[in-house]
Design a protein around this ligand. Sequence first.
Ligand code: SF4
Length: 704
Amino acid sequence: EQLIASDTVNTTCCYCGVGCGVTATVANQQVVSVSGHQQHPANKGRLCVKGSSLHETQQSPDRLLSPMLHGEPVDWDTALGYGADKFRAIIEEHGPDAVAFYLSGQLLTEDYYVANKLMKGFIGTANIDTNSRLCMASAVVAHKRAFGSDAVPGCYEDLEQTDLLILVGSNMAYAHPVIYQRVAKAKEERPELKVVVLDPRRTATCELADVHLPLRPGTDAFFFNGLLNFLAEQNSLDAAFIRDHCTGFDEALAAARAQVPSLNAAAGHCGLDAQELAQVYHWFAGTDKVVTVFSQGVNQSSSGVDKGNALINCHLATGKIGRPGAAPFSITGQPNAMGGREVGGLANQLAAHMGYDNPDDIARVEAFWQAPNMARKEGLKAVDMFRAIEEGKIKAVWIMATNPAVTLPEAGRVRRALEQCELVIVSDCIGNTDTAKLAHLVLPATTWSEKHGTVTNSERCISVQKGFLSAPGEARHDWQIICEFAGKLGYGEHFTYPHQVDIFREHAALSALDNNGQRGFNIGALAAIDRAEYDNLRPIRWPVTTEAPAGTDRLFTDGRFFTPDGRARFVPIQAKAPGLAPAPDQVVMNTGRIRDQWHTMSRTGTAAKLLGHVDEPYIDVHPADIQRFGLTPGDLAILGNGQARYYGRVKEAASQRQGEVFVPMHWNQKYALASCADDLVNALVDPLSGQPEFKHTPVTVKPF
Ligand code: SF4
């Protein structure tokens, strides 16, 4: 279906969680150029190099054009019939928990919604998780603990309007480049805007920083526990805000004080210079408008939830929330990580910010969906899901628009688990990802410029990603594939949607159902949207309700939170070290993004311009470690542990702390044999969020 055909189309970028508006120029069924959409609130005309290359990554020689069963092309009816018969047989013999879906923050909200509904309401298991587990699952739990619901309080303007911007575990210049450009512009116009970067590495983002604090990896919660204690000692608390709008302050302060009783103690834990630390603590205490941005450096940790709450505690203690330029601010990795959270596409969520911890929520969703087989307990989170596949407990898995054979920790083990799984279905636009190669059934899905639906970015802003080109070959939209599969399982009556807007309306109606303002996410005012309004939806920040029909820029402006009593919760934090300490002959491997690549490079790896920035796997090594381990800059080196090896070219990098190396996360077996960084990462996870510790893997390093 070609939804829209015109010379220029306003749509949304398909890469990162900034969610930039893109104006695409189309000719002869091809995107010939792109530019930033001037009116989109996320980017106001800007694009980064990935976004501005969207048209150059359209044509992939590996594009999947027809369903493939055991490597042979088949028609859709045969493909989905085969998948449904196998699913049904496995469910009948082993129960619904023997099947699973693994989704992606690259899916649109409508795709996510029907997948979640099918699994949790009709198949009858909550074994549906997503690669967003690897990205922001810890922030979700931290938000829920502090605010009563998973909600980012502020909007991007707050990063420009603040007087002190603290970036924690965020290389924004590479991972969220357009927000970085906005902050750079704000600082140019207002040099008094102070920027502090907390990161073990001196990243490109530090170009903008007044102060870079290269804290010891994993010590973020010590830093914020120390700050909470400091704020109390300096009489810099907002006592009225704490009294009127929060609970649990005394316990949180006691925990922080017991562990980090002084500024010197904080400096010692974090490995920082005490004077520099004092300066930043004083800035936080003395600045009314502070925004603290946190990203993967906080979340990808075996104690990521606690780190998030330690940070939020400091904002609550000083009332720096719910006002322009004042907020704790989680920025997500993927374009629709937040949309996935809204529909409930994580194994520990239910739907529309309702959860398995509330029987009323389960009954409410069950009735709304008219669900015959409602899942009544949480499912398995990503790492546990693939462990259950390895153990043979999950016998069929459907992986949509993601590449877990490369991106999950202990990725080699994941590949082996998939090799012996009874049924692996992959739906994707590319047919030769490392995961697709292991599938029995591969289904061709539409991609950016072909698929049509909504995404939600890091500031709660819902935008339309437009479909304006015809689907190539036999590719179909993910939501259509899922609905047809549901029909083959006998649930077609509940999955008959003439158009994406019908799914969106149902999703919006569910978000408002019995929602008295405590669930955070609510777009009830969009539940009757017509197709033309939907196709041309102007970007809008939720909640979108009858009281706020134009959306909501900031949450908690009245000091009321989404908890039953309306008060925010302080969480007492016992800061923890990373799960594994390096042995004397090891270094700590940190993984992350480079500027011009996205995920496992299935799209960005096809553009020469994007490969021009960095064209091979590398290892950033401190000069002293180059000496210590006998390495030579420009030569290959091997990182290793008991489970795998990673080969990369040595780069001398004074930006590293001694004893720590950095490697890019993008390369995989398709591009470079044995340079898959996540093969080495241990499957240690945060006990609350299930998010893996990608930032702290002890490894040996040797010359090749
Ligand atoms: Fe796309 Fe993110 Fe770049 Fe914006 S910042 S153009 S959303 S990749």
